[in-house]
Write a protein of this length. Structure first.
Length: 155
């Protein structure tokens, strides 16, 4: 069975729900959150299950959305991308084909959500990580709330 994800709050607690009996509870993981990523939990129904502790500050949603990028740091060099994950603070995508994207480059990314409105998202980002064709970025001006993206990201 795949471990269920549990997001650790700032106070070191997380919400757990047994996949067998649906018993829900909030527990403290303060003592183990920096030591273990996956924990085994035993429920009051006597069944055990695995929980993956998610320490990110923001919820990240998996995706598979087509889009394009323009690299403002390389004279507006552009290319196609496939968005792999989204959060309210950043984006991870696979660049399609050869590219010259590097850490700290500034990009403009545009993609369409698969929501009921087919919302078009256009953001300025700064590259934080490049691993093969995967590019992880943080939104510039992330203090500006994007209603369509926020609604899309609701778990």
């Amino acid at each position: 069975m795949e471990p269920q994800k549990a997001f650790v709050r700032e106070d070191g607690t997380t919400f757990l729900k047994c996949p067998f009996c649906r018993h829900a509870r909030t527990v403290s993981v303060q003592q183990i959150k920096d030591k273990k990523k996956v924990i085994k939990v035993k429920c009051s129904c006597q069944k055990s299950y695995l929980v993956s502790l998610e320490l990110r500050k923001m919820y990240r949603k998996s995706a598979n959305l087509n889009g394009k990028y323009v690299n403002r740091s390389l004279n507006n060099e552009s290319g196609m991308m496939i968005v792999k994950d989204l959060s309210i603070g950043g984006i991870g995508f696979d660049a399609v084909g050869a590219n010259r994207i590097e850490k700290d480059h500034e990009l403009e990314v545009t993609f369409t959500l698969d929501d009921t409105h087919s919302s078009v998202i256009k953001k300025l980002v700064v590259v934080r990580i490049v691993r093969d064709n995967f590019v992880g970025c943080e939104y510039l001006h992330s203090h500006k709330y994007d209603k369509a993206l926020g609604f899309y990201l609701m778990p």
